[in-house]
Design a binder for this molecule. Sequence first.
Ligand SMILES: Cc1cc2nc3c(=O)[nH]c(=O)nc-3n(C[C@H](O)[C@H](O)[C@H](O)COP(=O)(O)O)c2cc1C
Ligand SMILES: CCCCCCC(=O)C(=O)O
Length: 379
Amino acid sequence: MKEITCIEDLRQVHKRRVPKMFFDYVDHGSYAEETLRANVEDLKRIKFRQRILVDISKRDLSTTILGDTYAMPLILAPVGSTGMQHADGEIHACRAAQAAGIPYTLSTMSICSIEDVAANVDKPFWFQLYVMRDRGFVKALIERAIAAKCSALVLTVDLQVIGQRHQDIKNGMTVPPQLFKLKNVLDIATKPGWVKGILGTPRRNFGNIAGHLPGSKDLESVSAWVASQFDASLNWRDIDWIRSIWPGKLIIKGILDVEDAREAVKIGAEALVVSNHGGRQLDGAPSSIQVLPEIVHTVGSHIEVMFDGGIRSGQDVMRALALGARSCMIGRAYIYGLGAYGGPGVAKAIDIIGKELSTTMGLCGVNSIHEIDEKVLAE
Ligand SMILES: Cc1cc2nc3c(=O)[nH]c(=O)nc-3n(C[C@H](O)[C@H](O)[C@H](O)COP(=O)(O)O)c2cc1C
Ligand SMILES: CCCCCCC(=O)C(=O)O
């Protein structure tokens, strides 16, 4: 891994090592991918203000997230089907996050179940919830997260209907995926390391949602499956119901509008994530960084504001913190590491971003996370 120096290097190795259908599922976004591109490009346009001759010898990246101390303001975002990028991917990612001292969020749509992950890691992790039509099942999922001692519930609210990802349709990325389609068989045959890993683990299907998958002979497009299973009637009134089951910290993920941010404060969520789902949902929505300042300005003193979308470097984390985010989630950046090298690849992604953040802080004359604000940005 010596020649890996940035997240793009991990992406290139991921692309070589993982079947195209799974790499594309990660790398692409919805429709024309305008929001996906805007997330990355709008971050890059933000320029820093260099400061010199400040004592920056004692830089400290540690911070608190929802009252707990972590090594840096970084969180591994929930990513569905992580275990298809690398065998037992969720367990490896969670272990890497915990070793680095940052939170890991397990998706409802994970391959390893809540119990699989809990049995194989040392500390509590966060659980991300999708609300399905079967409310008895949703209640049971929350109870499983409580039994596994998950320390926060991340309620994702921007995917009750799914944005179309053209590439997934072309690749046969259905539920379950069409691994035996000729072009996939030919491609998978060139990825022996991936095949060996996946065949070597019993965990190859969605561990949390058994009983809600199509029968073994049926194939459903992802959009048809989501339409049949996810509850499109979900609304603010349902949050009380979730609160009545979940006693812990609640994070609402998928907020882009100031009015919605105000609602999240009103219902008493502990945090919200400014997110457009990594450009995978409403194509044509603004980039996350474009809306961050107005949301922070409106609600930032009443609720903890987290951020995601387009982060590919420590410089990007610094940009989001400068515009008022308290912490940042990364999705693709760590999945590229996982697909490339498994757990050590996730550790590498976190390390790259942490070091870039530390250097950027230094060059802006800043020693601690709480000092980062608009003053580190060029006019
Ligand atoms: C392959 C993939 C799967 C995802 N699955 C989920 C999911 O199951 N639940 C969820 O809340 N968000 C999911 N997301 C969105 C991420 O949590 C996060 O919002 C997004 O990746 C941030 O953008 P970034 O990838 O540019 O960092 C997924 C993202 C990707 C790339
Ligand atoms: C196979 C079903 C995918 C459900 C949504 C997972 C997700 O949030 C994403 O792909 O984005």
